[in-house]
Design a protein around this ligand. Structure first.
Ligand code: 0WD
Length: 253
């Protein structure tokens, strides 16, 4: 499905990362992939995970550093010549902001969370556009806390609301170049980032009881949806937020 396509994947931290599930789904369909890692602490993880993927590139990229972003895209242009898709699976908020009341969010925590978790999509979309010569597809990861209050999700919910809105504005801007932009709103999955959210265990239990499918989503299922969105099977879908949450979002009382 993705033979002769090249993709860039942001946000692999370890084998549990949603980005890694996306990478596995895309690699299995023949995509050639470039991975970015944030800082030296994650370099070894990403290199080990990707060592058996033929032709995979691994480049550093902390999105708070524009020089890193520029260098990463230059390397991809040099090695791959073009880009067909980009998967953005990055988020961060200081730990203290993910506990207690939202009203206590500091200016610094707000700015950091919004910069890394929301602005980075626009930043990466702008850098990717010149490489998407035959059109392209950009996918990001969101969460239900963007639209409803989820205890302790706090400023990350506000960042995800900004992210989902950015998806719509980017879809309009880039549609003229046949570049599609979509979000996947994933149900909670026990990853490194998720462990930063308090009461994750209780949340997983609640969803397993209340969602229509009576279970939690697996990273593999989010990866498969990302694969659909970067493939030509979704060629008329842009600006959307697609739920991959075992149906939890449709439930009222
Ligand atoms: O329940 C979940 N796990 C859900 C996650 C449900 C719904 C959505 N998501 C979202 C997250 O908010 C995020 O946007 O999916 C995305 C991926 O999250 P993940 O796979 O759950 O978490 P993780 O494996 O930790 O990957 C996120 C990575 C970072 O990992 P750590 O944990 O080291 O912060 O985002 C990257 C980093 O690799 N990251 C950055 N990358 C570049 N520059 C930066 C940065 N400044 N900051 C964080």
């Amino acid at each position: 499905m993705l033979e002769n396509k090249t993709g860039m994947i942001f946000g692999v931290a370890n084998q549990r990362s949603i980005a890694w599930a996306c990478a596995q789904a895309c690699a299995a369909q023949g995509a050639k992939l470039a991975f970015t890692y944030q800082g030296e602490r994650l370099k070894e993880n990403v290199e080990k995970l990707t060592k058996d993927l033929e032709g995979a590139l691994v480049v550093p990229c902390d999105v708070t550093n524009q020089a890193d972003v520029d260098a990463a895209f230059q390397t991809v242009e040099k090695e791959f010549g073009k880009l067909d898709f980009l998967i953005h699976s990055i988020a961060f908020a200081p730990k203290e902001a993910l506990d207690g009341e939202f009203v206590m969010t500091s200016r610094e925590a707000f700015t950091t969370a919004l910069e890394i978790s929301a602005f980075s999509l626009t930043q990466l979309a702008l850098a990717a556009t010149p490489l998407m010569k035959d059109g392209g597809s950009i996918v990001t990861m969101s969460y239900y806390g963007a639209e409803k209050v989820v205890q302790n999700y706090n400023v990350m919910g506000v960042a995800k609301a900004a992210l989902e809105s950015s998806v719509r504005y980017l879809a309009e801007d880039l549609g003229k170049q046949n570049i599609r932009v979509n979000a996947v709103s994933a149900g909670p999955i026990n990853t490194l980032s998720a462990r930063g959210v308090k009461n994750m265990g209780a949340m997983l239990k609640h969803i397993a009881e209340k969602s229509p499918l009576r279970r939690n989503v697996e990273a593999r299922e989010v990866g498969n949806t990302a694969l659909f969105l970067v493939s030509d099977l979704s060629s008329a879908i842009t600006g959307e937020t697609i739920y991959v949450d075992c149906g939890f979002n449709i439930i009222g009382v």
